[in-house]
Design a protein around this ligand. Structure first.
Ligand code: FAD
Length: 335
């Protein structure tokens, strides 16, 4: 018998479990033999407060002082417009306009863009260090982690929930792309989560490690130096079932083609590639709370492409909601 059962061992699950464990008895279950195998282990590891909707940006900014020592490293985000569509998008970004010449000075391989803006508050995130810290602190607070433990059924029992040999007062559904599948097992309505595949490739290139993150304002590519090479993405969003996502060669080729058009890099040689699922509800903001008719089953989901950068503040608020320390905003009907 525990206070809270957390389902999912990605950044969402471990961060909220850790915050909850300060005041509650928590068990976290993860289907895979190791934690962070799915979306969390596949991110681009960027902290960019200029990126995402208003709620995402708010949680991202609030997270900055909560990451702890050694997790964030300065790397500005340089947003560039390579066509009229990009110029329109650039206006919506919360970044400071700079000239095309200043953009090229920040990254010498850029062909002069039509327009550019910089977010100097952006950072690289050491995702595995952040995840490991939450795991360590969760255990230190008496929380229990069970890997290779897939939840296949959840049933109501009085005021609580039963899953296998665990009985919990509250379930936190932090199952990433599988959140609506887990809800269905519990007889709880879905939140309309849509997993979307995103591809990343590591490419051999002559890079300056001090280059910024360079991102197309219209979200069609980004790149940044990483481990002596270049991390590139076509910023794809291909709808997918919840699964162990795999990269498509065509998406890798698209990233290279678009980045070669915007730079003088002449990229050719791909070292490795991977893909992961970024899961969104309709408004692309995170979902934290329970349906009015299903209290005790709390969604912690829809972190989309921003789940690492807003994890610290989102987990604190999520724990406050689960423990009734703040008024839980019940979920509205998906738009
Ligand atoms: C290519 C890519 C680039 C990204 N770049 C960034 C970035 O730069 N910055 C940023 O902030 N975010 C980024 N993101 C987004 C970020 O990675 C996600 O928002 C975040 O990792 C989501 O974490 P999660 O814990 O919800 O999901 P996951 O890490 O997928 O964890 C969910 C876990 O639940 C488990 N699970 C599912 N069903 C069950 C079950 N029935 N029983 C038990 N366990 C179950 C799964 O095995 C999984 O381990 C990126 C994502 C991708 C794919």
């Amino acid at each position: 018998m525990v206070d809270v059962l957390v389902i999912g061992g990605g950044i969402a699950g471990v961060s909220i479990a850790c915050e909850l464990a300060a005041d509650a008895h928590v068990v976290l279950v993860e289907a895979e033999p190791e934690l962070a195998r799915h979306t969390t282990g596949r991110s681009a590891a960027i902290y960019a407060p200029s990126y995402g909707g208003p709620v995402v940006r708010e949680f991202t900014r609030a997270s900055e002082p909560l990451f702890g020592d050694g997790v964030l490293t300065a790397r500005p985000a340089l947003w560039i417009a390579v066509d009229d569509e990009g110029v329109d998008h650039l206006r919506e970004l919360h970044a400071d306009p700079i000239t095309a010449q200043q953009a090229v000075e920040m990254c010498r391989v850029l062909r002069p863009p039509l327009a550019a803006a910089v977010d100097r508050t952006a950072r690289d995130i050491d995702v595995m260090a952040l995840h490991a810290r939450y795991v360590r602190d969760l255990k230190g607070r008496g929380g229990e982690i069970r890997t290779s433990t897939r939840i296949n059924g959840l049933r109501r029992d009085g005021g609580g929930w039963v899953a296998g040999d665990v009985r919990a007062d509250v379930v936190v559904n932090a199952a990433g792309a599988w959140v609506d599948r887990v809800a269905a097992m519990a007889g709880v309505p879905p939140i309309g989560l849509e997993p979307k595949r995103r591809t990343i490739a590591m490419v051999r290139a002559e890079v300056d490690p001090a280059w910024p993150l360079v991102a197309d304002a219209a979200d069609r590519f980004y790149f940044r130096p990483e481990s002596g090479g270049l991390l590139v993405s076509p910023a794809d969003e291909t709808p997918s079932e919840p699964c162990d996502a795999r990269p498509d060669d065509l998406d890798v080729a698209l990233a290279i083609e678009r980045i070669n058009a915007a730079t003088t890099l002449g990229l050719r040689s791909v070292h490795t590639a991977w893909a992961g699922l970024r899961s969104f509800v309709a408004d692309r903001e995170p979902v934290v709370g329970a349906w009015p008719d299903h209290p005790g089953f709390v969604f912690f989901a829809g972190q989309g492409g921003y789940g690492i950068q807003m994890a610290p503040a989102l987990a604190r608020m999520g724990a406050d909601i689960v423990l009734g320390r703040t008024q839980a905003p019940t979920i509205m009907s998906p738009r």
